[in-house]
Design a protein around this ligand. Structure first.
Ligand SMILES: [Zn+2]
Ligand SMILES: [Zn+2]
Length: 271
């Protein structure tokens, strides 16, 4: 393109700069609208949730814990019960913590030395449709009884997170960043409890009501009647997720009737 004078060239360039300025302004505006959504991104796990006909619902956390672990469940139970949609009650369990066999309609909470199997904590939920029918949490003392995990902060962190998974919550972050919630992977002492975003997420997950209930109820499925050794990753089905950080793995096993076992693994030795 040829310009007859410097003045013409100047006019052309300045009009193009104006166009560019408008584009920049529009793009920034769009980003400003889009970014808050990214920050408050959902951390529900596939929208899995307990079926219930009213809120708040009360979920039994059945404790098969040794005496030293019990206070951590009491803390997690009372923290999560701050949610407006759910309450939890810790009750005395009757299960062998080594196998921690699940019970329909509630969660079994266990600790034992499960061996050097790679997992610090394991949360398992059994799914029918998108409804959770039972849950189990296992804290692995093989790792948790040693540094860097044998601290009050880490025990609160892992207990709070594994129990959070039983409601259908995923992680807020898996990089190790400190988001001030037990649903992150930071070793910071800020990560011992839920934060407001976790309660918001629970509100979203449980915003609707169902026509059936799986809380305290018997919902029989093929998944729930699987009697294989569920401590073994060989019985967890397909690995569907592994975080870049190597902190998290998720396995999914689908049964004949479409019901599922979901295993969320909190990996040890990642530091
Ligand atoms: Zn529902
Ligand atoms: Zn987790």
């Amino acid at each position: 393109m040829k310009y007859s004078s410097i003045k013409d060239l100047y006019a052309k360039v300045s009009s193009e700069l104006n166009t560019l300025a408008i584009i920049v302004a529009v793009v920034s505006l769009l980003l400003a609208i889009a970014l808050p959504n990214t920050v408050s991104a959902t951390h529900s796990w596939n929208n899995y949730h307990w079926a219930r006909q009213a809120n708040p619902f009360t979920l039994k956390l059945s404790s098969n814990l040794s005496t030293n672990w019990q206070p951590y469940l009491i803390t997690a139970s009372s923290d999560w019960s701050q949610s407006s949609v759910l309450d939890t009650v810790a009750v005395t369990g009757t299960k062998n913590p080594k196998t921690c066999k699940p019970t329909l309609g509630q969660a079994e909470i266990c600790n034992a030395s499960y061996g050097r199997n790679g997992w610090l904590g394991l949360a398992q939920i059994w799914i029918s449709g998108s409804h959770i029918t039972q849950g189990a949490v296992k804290m692995n003392d093989t790792y948790m009884s040693k540094a860097p995990y044998n601290t009050v902060a880490e025990k609160n962190h892992v207990m709070c997170q594994e129990v959070g998974h039983i409601f259908g919550l995923g992680h807020q972050d898996e990089s190790g960043a400190d988001l001030g919630t037990c649903m992150d992977y930071s070793m910071s002492t800020n990560s011992q409890r839920p934060n407001p975003h976790d309660y918001e997420q629970l509100q979203q997950i449980y915003n609707h009501l169902d026509s059936t209930t799986s809380v305290g109820a018997i919902v029989n499925t093929d998944a729930a009647s699987d009697s294989s050794d569920l401590n073994s990753s060989q019985n967890w089905g397909r690995r569907v997720f592994r975080s870049k950080s190597g902190f998290v793995e998720v396995y999914e096993r689908t049964y004949k009737d479409g019901s599922k076992l979901i295993s969320l693994v909190n990996l040890a030795d990642h530091q």
